[in-house]
Design a protein around this ligand. Structure first.
Ligand code: HAM
Length: 442
């Protein structure tokens, strides 16, 4: 097959039988975010490359190896966004959102692009649901964000996830720790992989979360950042833990969580699972108190997280979490003959204008084939209109599940009569909840 007829490596097509699951996940996450006062921001799919180099960090894997960067027609260096935080913070500063009310609370769902080796749960184009809060340095802000994520996962029926928490300090305490860590790494350097030997020069913290077994064993006794926190970072971390305790959120301290992006300070966290293989980090985030200033803005302590939506869906499927039932076609109008076809078109239009999913034949099928089509699309109701029904001005609507038939007038009272028929059958819940029948996770 010619290469161009296949989706590029690491990308996927979401087909309609699956997209409704993504829509459900995204809507639920955005709705829950609103309960915490986070509202959606949409930033461009691409930004000036410099934005990511400055924020994510020039020595990170994301910037060095994974960005989709190109020159536009005016030779400007442009990068497809590898993550959501940089663009969101840029937009806050550009539009002065921080001059209105603090904290600024934002949510987003966005495609992201990273040139990584694809595997289950890791793609070159993926989607992140993210949250960013700018303007609060309180440990309560960290806890609120973690609580939101924990609540969202529970509400989606995911419970096999663990929260791992760490603090990676700030520019005041990190230099001492770096020195101690480098000292230690110097002693075990022989056991480190080639990449970690390089990381020792550029970003020694990253050695701590290397997945190579040799490196993981070598750093088992490495000094812990938590033992080097300055008073402010230590107090902050204690505050976060106290908040999480009050909120009843379980966590484990994992001193090897350092995160792969340079902007983090103080609290970092990940929600991880063993249920989907190697790419078990469903969600990662933390504080980034210095990023606004790094971008030329005012001091604006901040905190957020990003969650891979494809990964979340894998975790939900592995957990047997409930997905909504697609609503299904409300009424399939089968027509026999030209006049009936015209009436079917008008009735379909009237139904659709009132929010019903109505279908009719567009393929010139026989009535038998029309009924088979209704069956295949899982229509809840069907109706056959021919010359006889037109002459009588009424036709029977059939419930395809129960076989029950109700007579409806084929005039302006049609839609109301159909609605009444649904209420009598107890299907009004589906109609009120929009596209989905919402599953219950409580
Ligand atoms: P991140 O840890 O690089 O953080 O990514 C967040 C999440 O995006 C990961 O936990 C994972 O679920 C998903 N993810 C990352 N790379 C891929 C990939 N190649 N394929 C599929 N899913 C992926 C950030 O991006 C930060 N901006 C999070 C943040 C927001 N921190 C503060 N605010």
């Amino acid at each position: 097959m010619a290469l161009f007829t296949q989706a590029p490596k690491g990308t996927q097509d979401f087909l309609p039988e699956d997209t409704y699951k993504y829509q459900y996940i995204e809507r639920r996450l955005l709705e829950i975010a609103e309960l915490y006062g986070f509202f959606e921001i949409r930033t461009p799919m691409f930004e000036h490359t410099e934005l990511f180099v400055r924020s994510v960090g020039g020595t990170t894997d994301v910037v060095q190896k994974e960005m989709y960067t190109f020159l536009d027609k005016k030779e400007r260096s442009i990068t497809l966004k590898p993550e959501g935080t940089a663009g969101a913070v840029r937009a806050v500063l550009e539009h002065g959102l921080h001059n209105k009310q603090l904290p600024v609370k934002l949510s987003y769902v966005t495609p992201c692009f990273r040139y990584e080796k694809p595997q289950a749960g890791r793609y070159r184009q993926f989607h992140q649901f993210g949250i960013e809060m700018l303007g609060s340095s309180s440990p309560a802000a960290d806890a609120e964000i973690i609580d939101m994520m924990a609540g969202a996962l529970a509400s989606l029926g995911v419970n096999q996830v663990r929260l791992r928490l760490n603090s990676i300090g700030c520019p005041v305490c990190r230099p001492d720790y770096h020195a101690a860590l480098l000292d230690y790494l110097g002693k075990v350097e022989g056991s480190l992989c080639h990449t970690c030997k390089e990381r020792m020069k550029t970003n020694p913290l990253r050695v701590l979360d290397c997945k190579e077994p040799g490196c993981a064993a070598a750093v088992a006794d490495a000094p812990r950042m938590l033992d080097y926190l300055c008073e402010e970072c230590d107090t902050h971390f204690a505050g976060v833990r106290a908040q999480l305790k009050v909120l009843g959120i379980d966590y484990e301290i994992d001193t090897n969580i350092v995160r792969g992006l340079d902007y983090y300070t103080k609290t970092v966290f990940e929600f991880v699972t063993d249920t989907i293989g190697a790419q078990g980090t469903v969600c990662g985030g933390g504080r980034y108190d210095g990023l606004s200033e790094e971008m030329g803005g005012p001091p604006l302590p901040a905190m957020g997280f990003g969650m891979g939506i494809e990964r979340l869906k894998l975790v939900m499927e592995a957990a047997g979490a409930p997905f909504p039932e697609p609503r299904g076609c409300d009424l399939y109008l089968a027509a026999i003959g030209e006049q009936a076809g015209l009436r079917a078109a008008a009735l379909c239009q009237a139904l659709r204008r009132e929010g019903f999913w109505a279908e009719m034949d567009l393929q010139g099928r026989s009535v038998k084939a029309q009924m088979r089509a209704a069956d295949r699309m899982g229509a809840h109701h069907s109706m056959v209109i021919g010359d006889g029904e037109l002459a009588e001005g009424k036709a029977g609507v059939k419930n395809m599940r129960t076989g029950q038939t109700t007579e409806l007038p084929l005039n302006e009272g049609f839609v109301d009569a159909f609605y009444e028929c649904l209420i009598n059958e107890g299907r009004q819940q589906a109609l009120q909840s929009g596209d989905f029948i919402w599953p219950s996770t409580t």
